[in-house]
Design a protein around this ligand. Structure first.
Ligand SMILES: [Zn+2]
Length: 159
């Protein structure tokens, strides 16, 4: 096994956003705009199933593209809008799935002093370490915490 520091950090993005049955990627249904789930289907396919209407579609997992630097990235397979997305501090805050939201929440809630002490740890938690500056700024912290709880509420909502 390779030491951690040699990992290509982009790999972690694929890892954290990979859909599984317990933690699907949440998107807005292109048909009715309700919550839809992207889950594994066959070995090289994912499926998108709406929780409200009859919409469902499969797609090969061989091609995946990320618009991480776009304002609102899509799911990477189908090109649908992410369900967990809000605006905060004039910026877009989004999560692909529950564990991605958990990671953001942990990062944002952790005390800034503690964060500095654990700088190496955070550096290794690549997704967190690549968060944009506005998310790391202490002056935005309370707004970010509110935005995170809005996303939490969306988790359980269907539309
Ligand atoms: Zn639908």
């Amino acid at each position: 096994m390779k030491p951690k520091r040699y990992f290509d950090q982009r790999e972690h993005r694929y890892e954290i956003t990979a859909p599984d049955n317990d933690d699907p990627i949440l998107v807005a249904c292109p048909k009715c705009n309700s919550k839809a789930l992207i889950m594994p289907d066959t070995l090289d396919q994912v499926k998108c199933v709406c929780t409200n209407c009859s919409f469902n579609r499969v797609k090969s997992t061989k091609i995946r593209s990320f618009g991480w630097h776009e304002d609102i990235p899509d799911d990477g397979y189908f090109g649908f809008d992410l369900w967990l997305q809000v605006y905060c501090c004039g910026q877009s805050l989004y999560a692909f799935n529950t564990r991605h939201l958990d990671l953001l929440e942990t990062y944002i809630k952790v005390d800034l002093r503690e964060r500095r002490q654990n700088e190496d740890g955070w550096r290794n938690a690549s997704v967190a370490s690549r968060l944009p500056q506005w998310m790391k700024s202490s002056k935005n912290r309370s707004k970010l915490i509110k935005a995170i709880s809005k996303l939490r509420e969306k988790l359980d909502k269907a539309d």
